[in-house]
Design a protein around this ligand. Sequence first.
Ligand code: ASP
Length: 334
Amino acid sequence: MMAQQRVLPLLVASENGRAGMHAAMALLRNGGRALDAVELACRVTEADPADHSVGYGGLPNALGDVELDAGIMDGRTLRSGAVAALYGYAHPITLARQVMEESPHVLLVGRGAERFAAEMGHRPAEQRSPEALRLWRARFLEQGLTPGSSDQLRHIARRLTQPVTLTDRGAPPAASPSATREQTLGTVNFLALDQYGDLASAVSTSGIAWKYPSRVGDSPIIGAGQYCDNRYGAVACTGMGELALRVSTARSVILYLKTGMDLVEAGFEALRDLAYIAPLDAARMNFVVMTPDGRHAGFTTMPDRVYLAMRGDQDEAQALPRLRLPESPQTESH
Ligand code: ASP
């Protein structure tokens, strides 16, 4: 019998995924599975206190609580698992995988997800870092609000979640533009192709900073924030989850590929779906796509965005520009 030809492994990630890619690529090079690679890569980002958009150190909701969302999908079987609004436990991506493998369900949220975590042997773990709490307080003060005030929280959350760029010190974006860093949005995406030709996707996030409690975005919603199917490709999103939820961005890209569109066409069509519900200069959405034959691309509604890609024969992940619709406004403030 002829030995099956091995595929060159490939990883694609959002810009903040670099640290996780090394460990994940080592695993893939050693014959590891795509599903294990994306889970491992997410765990690295989830443990990084400097990443304020994922796991420990993620920015809190309007009440100062860090609620985590994550999802994972196996392109070979189309099985998937997710957790959302998880409070007080680390590594939501591992729990998401356990939902997929150890429960009859796809998505567990809030108290049920926490109960499941305990049943799976996880110990409660503080996810609010001192730095994240400091930024939460700073955001309230900047808005003239009292940190922790909860009257009419829906109004407070609306004010707090207006897109802003905080400086690294948590102050409004005044003094030094070079010190500014966008922190209120963010999620980590990983897509993997292993040497057996299997695809997997994983997404982990603390969601939009200062969100209303229990708000869930696109990340743990299979079809919105990610989708993965060995036959057509894998997709994962970052950005304003409400947009991807409304037009099922990840599954749409896969369906566009299924109809025979090429990679760029399929991505542009999904960007047009987003543009239909939000003007391109206001929408804040990004996604990465990988096909079973190892092609990949990143897409965005915003200028100057990159994504990461790393092949099994490369030592470092490459930062590559994300594509925008040709009809996007040429100058924008963001
Ligand atoms: N998509 C995530 C969410 O809406 C947040 C982000 O990627 O910035 O929860």
